[in-house]
Design a protein around this ligand. Sequence first.
Ligand SMILES: *[C@@H]1O[C@H](CO)[C@@H](O)[C@H](O)[C@H]1NC(C)=O
Ligand SMILES: *[C@@H]1O[C@H](CO)[C@@H](O)[C@H](O)[C@H]1NC(C)=O
Ligand SMILES: *[C@@H]1O[C@H](CO)[C@@H](O)[C@H](O)[C@H]1NC(C)=O
Length: 386
Amino acid sequence: MATSSELRSTLLPSRLRGHSAVAAASVLMLLLLAAVAHGAELVELTLLTGAQEKGAVCLDGTPPGYPPAERLWLRNTQLAHLSSDFYNWNKVVLRYCDGASFAGDAEGQDKDGSTLYFRGLRIWDAVVDELMEKGLASAEQALLSGCSAGGLATLLHCNDFHARFPKEVSAKCLPDAGFFLNIEDLSGERHMLSIFNEIVQLQNVREILPKDCLAKKNRTECFFAAELVKSIDAPTLIVNSAYDSWQIQNVLAPTGSYPADSWSSCKADIRNCSPTQSQVLNGFRNKLVDDVEVLTDKKGWGLFIDSCFTHCQTPYNISWNSPASPALGNKTVAEAVGDWYFERSQEVKEIDCEYPCNPTCSSQLPQMHWTGPRILPVYQPSSEFI
Ligand SMILES: *[C@@H]1O[C@H](CO)[C@@H](O)[C@H](O)[C@H]1NC(C)=O
Ligand SMILES: *[C@@H]1O[C@H](CO)[C@@H](O)[C@H](O)[C@H]1NC(C)=O
Ligand SMILES: *[C@@H]1O[C@H](CO)[C@@H](O)[C@H](O)[C@H]1NC(C)=O
């Protein structure tokens, strides 16, 4: 069934170095996993030969392409651990150079007057079309995953991904750390909402948003996970910490939302939070738990909502499947995902108790302080914006 080859590709962000950054963003990657029935050799994709004609270009107008080989390799080494369940699957890594979770379709202007292309949606379409032609169409099992901005992208594109396969193919979605909350920050402002508002308008995010949501709410509101999940048809497992470190640092307590240094040490390490601060964090947790409540009855869906202070748990061995992994129901993230994907257990719907109740939460878990290239100059988001 699964082959031992790896199908690798990547959309390059390396040309973007000079630009600054984005939003929702952050990070990183969107991962497409597929068990393809045949075709075992390593396929080097010349991704998107017709990219420019289709308008599927990166922010700076260059076609999506390859990053330097060693970065590609690094990325895949990180994924190499993907536990025995998925180890032999073909993996395609799409790295992201559009700044809006592959959702926008517009043009804008950089400060220096040069054109910026917000063509994420076209990139997604062009990439998936090409992958389908190159063998993805014969996959028997497929999984779309991503973390952070890639987690949001997974939610946004899950229906399209699922719809591209015949019914008998098991095509599922695994969004990790993409459940950005529409909440007030410490100063009472909806900081994330204003960031999403800018992205949605700047990048003309429209077509990708669920029609049933748009009938009731505006585009920005429909860009949040809590709304998106209501319209997803494909079986989906949500992996997200209820104390998502990136969101605590940038959504709940962004710099400027609290006096002086009052939150600095708590934001940096949850173990430093005072009882009062812990209550505020519990408020964040409760909102996330409320938002995923609607999913507990959805057949085929899964939840892995732990209470460890971390962001992105699927891409790193330590959180995915190691002795230091957060465990829920006695399962690591990898075990929970495997059981859910292959339907080995009745239900994988785990919502952890409040921090610090889970003894498996380790302080070694990654928090994703990313200092990489920033993508949208037009934005002046908080400096921690990944
Ligand atoms: C969407 O609604 C929110 C209020 O929930 C508002 O703050 C925001 O400006 C609106 N965005 C757009 C694009 O209309
Ligand atoms: C992942 O972690 C486990 C347990 O610590 C270790 O045995 C394994 O070699 C690691 N895999 C990779 C690819 O680092
Ligand atoms: C938890 O899982 C481990 C192995 O993964 C097993 O040895 C142990 O008995 C399990 N504990 C419980 C309480 O189920």
